[in-house]
Design a protein around this ligand. Structure first.
Ligand code: NAP
Ligand code: HSE
Length: 438
């Protein structure tokens, strides 16, 4: 990459600081990260302590300065809210700058206006961080699943409420008590009503629906119910009946046959929902999100991971910055492949020796049923510095016994040398099974 690509940040809060931290420590990441430079950053309060060490001369209280700075090529909007975020995004687009935003509230309401402006100015507006935090879901819907006819997108897409519901289910606390923790952890929106009333999930399902079904829907028409009216008793009763209660967001096409190109009927909603405990969404806990996409011909795929927080969200923002940087590389160096799509390797990697591999082991031994066998086996492991998580004897009879050992994590070489010694013990008749244990 020739000249570094200048990034201007609108916001240096939870997400903005996470993005700055990645850009400022490119070692070990994709080489395009080293080609990005943070050149200007807008904040509200110049004196607020921050979780990042951005030089103070980059900070300004005037976000327009960031957008208008000629050294800023990509504007990253992570300030939140509708205005002035929308206005600043449109201003960046109008001056020929690509935009990355994590702002689902703006995209769910003004996505069409922004997309039309971006197309007219030949720039990109990328929104991976707007849904699912660190989970790649926007790009899969736009690209990887493009050959499918999507039937349904559903899932848990608000980290704050999932964190709250998981803790209520486990600890029986009230939602107000846990909401404070979600705020401290940087999961909640500045107005947490957006999370607990389900509005944030509605913004996100509106965005996913637009991508999955190819047309924007009216955000304000999505029936939305949050978790504020949920009673702990219902969570408890649902558990007893074999269900988990989750704030579910769903967008589903209603006609399975020939579709009308002009208008596709969709059922889109957000609501607390009882999910059978065997369902893949039932054990999605804490700040994690999970999104199920059903398509023809792929069937069902699930995207799972941390749905909020500085690091995961910044990971998604930086992915978008790299996509735009990749396009710049192609423009700068004619005849070159997109550095993100091309098969490439940028450093030499080598495999660790088999004996140095660190794993937990499951071992099943056939032994004589005599006193002290477990002690002898335990001593050999101890002599080789192998720590044992559990050791149990099964099926003891006159004919012998089976001893199952689960170790803590050790180098494979320690297990091999322990087993050589154990196999040589008079009381041991052989190793019947050996597997890795997670
Ligand atoms: P945040 O911690 O409240 O940070 C907002 C930042 O924007 C702060 O640095 C604030 O400045 C600055 N800011 C706000 N209004 C401004 C203005 N008018 N002029 C200049 N600076 C302004 O918010 P966040 O959690 O990082 O969220 C940012 C965006 O990402 C939101 O759209 C949110 O929905 C989205 N998002 C958040 C997460 C998450 O886990 N937090 C995940 C996905 C998406 P000060 O610091 O000086 O107050
Ligand atoms: N407040 C949002 C959530 C942030 O809790 O999911 C991530 O979009």
């Amino acid at each position: 990459m020739g000249k570094k690509i200048g990034v201007g940040l609108l916001g240096l809060g939870t997400v903005g600081a996470g993005v700055a931290n990645i850009i400022q420590s490119p070692e070990g990441r994709h080489p395009l990260v080293a080609g990005i430079e943070l050149v200007r950053v807008a904040v509200r309060d110049l004196n607020r302590p921050r979780n990042t060490s951005v030089p103070s001369n980059l900070l300004t209280q005037n976000p327009q300065e960031v957008v208008d700075d000629p050294s800023v090529e990509i504007v990253v909007e992570v300030m939140g809210g509708i205005e002035p975020a929308r206005e600043l995004i449109l201003r960046a687009i109008a001056s020929g700058k690509s935009v990355v935003t994590a702002n689902k509230a703006v995209i769910a309401r003004h996505g069409k206006e922004i997309a039309l402006a971006a197309n007219a100015s030949d720039v990109y507006v990328l929104i991976e961080a707007a849904v699912g935090g660190g989970i790649p879901i926007i790009e899969p819907l736009k690209q990887s699943l493009g050959g499918n006819r999507i039937q349904k997108v559903s899932g848990i897409i608000n980290g704050t409420t999932n964190y709250i519901l998981s803790r209520i289910a486990k600890e029986g606390v009230t939602y107000q008590e846990v909401l404070k923790d979600a705020q401290k952890l940087g999961y909640a929106e500045s107005d947490p009503a957006a999370d607990v009333e389900g509005f944030d999930a509605a913004d996100k399902i509106a965005i996913l629906s637009g991508l999955a079904f190819g047309g924007a829907i009216k955000r304000e028409k999505i029936p939305t119910q949050g978790i504020t009216k949920l009673n702990n008793l219902d969570i408890d009763y649902a558990n007893k009946l074999g269900y988990r209660i989750k704030l579910l967001a769903v967008a589903e096409r209603l006609n399975q046959g020939t579709e009308s190109i002009s208008s596709l009927p969709l059922a889109v909603w957000v609501q607390p929902t009882l999910i059978p405990e065997a369902h893949p969404l039932a054990e999605v806990n804490g700040v994690n999100n999970a999104i199920l996409v059903e398509g023809d011909p792929i069937g069902e795929v699930m995207f799972y991971g941390p749905g909020a927080g500085a690091g995961p969200t910044a990971s998604a923002v930086v992915a978008d910055i790299l996509n735009i940087a990749g396009v710049r590389v192609i423009k700068d160096q004619s005849n070159c492949l997109d550095p993100l799509l091309a098969a490439n390797s940028w450093r030499s990697c080598h495999l660790v020796e088999n004996s140095k591999m660190i794993q937990k082991h499951y071992l099943r031994l056939r032994t004589k049923n005599s006193p002290g066998v477990i002690g002898q086996i335990g001593k050999v492991f101890g002599d080789h510095n192998v720590s044992i998580q559990s050791i149990i004897q099964f099926d003891a009879s006159e004919a012998g016994a089976e001893i199952v050992v689960i170790t803590h994590e050790v180098e494979k070489g320690q297990i091999t040398s322990s087993l050589n010694k154990i196999n040589a013990l008079e009381e041991v008749n052989g190793l019947l099974a050996q597997m890795v244990c997670l």
